[in-house]
Write a protein that binds this ligand. Structure first.
Ligand SMILES: NC(=O)c1ccc[n+]([C@@H]2O[C@H](COP(=O)([O-])OP(=O)(O)OC[C@H]3O[C@@H](n4cnc5c(N)ncnc54)[C@H](O)[C@@H]3O)[C@@H](O)[C@H]2O)c1
Length: 351
């Protein structure tokens, strides 16, 4: 029982990058998507709560907890759109898995890279179940940190072969196009958002601005399109014109959170939305026909991070890409925490 439980595997950014490179970026997203699908299918048994958010003028810091009764997980994540101009990431994260039985942590990890992988895997799962069959062309609006992951996730999991890029900052589009140059995707750089969504089967909006933006206006969105709107994820931070929402079949992760944070914050509190997990279990239908507009109003929910951490824990079984962290004070006599500190003082004095 007491088998080095005080030592917690820790995955640093360096080890995460090496693990992902070892397994292949696209393979990792496909594997995470499998864990996501598994957890979406057992959605009702999870503890669920809207994330705990601390808002400021500059951004937000959030805690995202959940449990399946065996493991407990949480992620710390921020969202600071102004950071990018200061040379900092908009989104950074780390997270932890713990045993429900003992309460002891079993894994601590960086989650900035892992969040990008899981967010792309989540968009891909939504696209797989909601987009028209045979969708090949993705419009990617917002070409920042998340963008390449979104492109590769949708390529690997949904068969996207062409990506049309647009960002208000042409340097971001150049960066994204450069990073995807050897991906096997056909990359088209566009000067306007209208140009980007021309001929697109799927649109992912992943922009960052702390305001009610209208990245897509109603006239830009034609019949049959599937939209992953992932950048509107905070009160007062949206991406789509309200009229698009009114024409779409809207799918969300956890309505109680999405009504606060998602694009649907623009709608009445009781506006009908569907829950993505129920499409996976077959409890509700996905796309009704080829003309429907489907919208995944993705804000990022704790269960997705839990799935990503479960994937990571299993991936570490065949990898050495972690360090042992002496993280939990665990005296031989559990009541003698004080004595453990005293013995250390003695050891220091003796050495
Ligand atoms: N739903 C989720 O699970 C999830 C997960 C991670 C990040 N996010 C959100 O996704 C968004 C993107 O994250 P990121 O890490 O890529 O941010 P980032 O700052 O690296 O990139 C954002 C990009 O959006 C561009 N942009 C801003 N306004 C635009 C506009 N009007 N039209 C076109 N492009 C515009 C910026 O120039 C920038 O290149 C953020 O809002 C973040 O909060 C959501």
């Amino acid at each position: 029982m007491k088998d080095n439980l005080n030592i917690v595997p820790f995955v640093s950014v360096e080890n995460m990058m090496r693990l992902v490179l070892d397994r292949g970026m696209e393979n990792c997203m496909a594997e995470i998507a499998e864990y996501l699908e598994e957890d979406f299918r057992r959605w009702p048994l999870f503890d669920k709560t809207p994330r705990v958010a601390s808002h400021s003028r500059e951004g937000v810091i959030e805690l995202m907890p959940t449990s399946d009764g065996i493991d407990y997980g949480f992620k710390y994540v921020n969202g600071h759109p102004k950071n990018m101009k200061e040379g900092l990431q908009t989104v950074t994260a780390f997270g932890l898995l713990a045993s429900v039985e003992t309460g002891y942590p079993v894994l601590l990890s960086e989650m900035t890279v892992l969040t990008a992988l899981r967010t792309a895997a989540t968009s891909a799962v939504a696209t797989k179940y909601l987009a028209r069959k045979g969708s090949k062309t993705l419009a990617l609006i917002g070409n920042g940190a998340q963008s390449e992951f979104q492109a590769l996730g949708l390529k690997k999991i949904c068969g996207i072969d062409t990506v049309r890029l647009y960002d208000i900052d042409p340097a971001a589009t150049e960066k994204c196009a450069g990073n995807l140059a050897d991906s096997g995707l056909t990359i088209v750089k566009c000067d306007t958002p209208q140009g980007a969504i021309e001929g697109a089967d799927v649109v992912t909006t992943c922009t960052a601005d702390k305001k009610y933006s209208t990245i897509l206006t109603d006239n830009m969105v034609g019949a049959g399109i599937h939209i992953n709107a992932i950048g509107g994820d905070c009160p007062g931070k949206t991406e789509l014109h309200k009229d698009i929402l009114l024409r779409s079949d809207i799918y969300v992760e956890y309505p109680e959170q999405t009504r606060i944070e998602g694009d649907i914050q623009q709608l009445d509190d009781d506006y009908p939305v569907k829950e993505l997990w129920q499409v996976l279990t077959g409890e509700i239908d996905g796309r009704s026909d080829d003309k429907a507009i489907t919208l995944f109003d993705g804000v990022g929910f704790a269960i997705e991070d839990f799935s990503a951490l479960r994937w990571l824990r299993d991936a570490l079984k065949s990898s050495d890409k972690y360090q042992d962290l002496d993280m939990i004070a665990d005296p031989d006599d559990p009541r003698d925490l004080f004595g453990m500190v005293r013995r250390e003082a003695q050891r220091l004095a003796d050495s």
